[in-house]
Design a protein around this ligand. Sequence first.
Ligand code: ASP
Length: 369
Amino acid sequence: MRSALGHWNTGLGVYLAACLAFAAHAQEAKPSAEAKPSAEAKPNIVIIGTGGTIAGAGASSVNTAAYQAAVVPVDKVIAAVPEVKNIANVRGEQIFQIGSESFNNQRLLQLGKRVSELLKQKDVDGVVITHGTDTLEETAYFLNLTLKSTKPVVVVGSMRPGTALGADGALNLYAAVVVAASKEAVGKGTLVVLNDEIHTGRDVTKTNTFKTETFRSPYGPLGYIVEGRVLLYRLPARPHTVQTEFDIDQIKALPEVHVAYAYGDMSRTAYDGFVKAGVKAIIHAGTGNGSVSEFIVPVLKEVRSKGIHVVRASRTGSGVVIRNGEQPDDKYDWLVVDDQNPQKARILMALLLTRTNDSKELQKLFWKY
Ligand code: ASP
């Protein structure tokens, strides 16, 4: 058994190793002397640190998947990529230092409100958020729906800590700054940049536990970052940022919405627990096309009779859930997602419930966003 002090020592060792590794790269990688815009001409980008693997450190360079996330301060993460100074005037701001699995509604609101404040400043042209990859897609969808600005906002993470062989964080951060500083990103909503790709916060999802090409959008990325150039091939089709009815500055709290994951031999325990906890809606992450097993149908009818909304989503990871397809939603007064996965459906439903409780309206808005 290791003592608490032992843990502390290991943590400190990992942190020091990380700082040294980050500092070493910063020293080697001097910004190139190529013709670049002067300080005045460069956009001002704020990089907000929230933690995650991009701020992580492993005990050795071969620890690509086992390491401690959220230990390196954002200023050190930025200092390890001095090349960004060729692109923009950057400054860091540490808002959290957490694994993104520990995001909650309160942190989401805090982050959104801070980003909104920054975007209102004349001397801020764009914001980059360094974020853990686990729930990055939820934060990105949330910001995409609630920020009221056309200035670029880019959420970035990495799959390997900065201490690992083949670390991806430095290049991802560089690419994120390139995108945030670009005119191409203006008015495109909250974007996600990893692995040379640009995705819309609405569509992107994490699809693999360890690979660097884990972020995918069912309809493909919006574009690429190649040699510091932003190449866009498609645009977000759904309303975002200034086009939505949600305003981060006006939202005081988000209602509780939870997700119940379906499988064979599903029991009613999770639903009962959520009802008892006083949730306002349950996202049923159903099998296939949002299917509900014959023994859960009466449970969900009971849930709805208590005034709690039921939203049928799918655990498959992609595809549209058809209203009145697998279940008679009109008859039960249930809702279906459009193509939002269950975790994104949770974000949207929480936001929608700040606007209306009417099922018909809620359904329309699910199809809109
Ligand atoms: N658990 C980490 C996080 O989401 C994983 C990562 O960043 O890749 O913060």
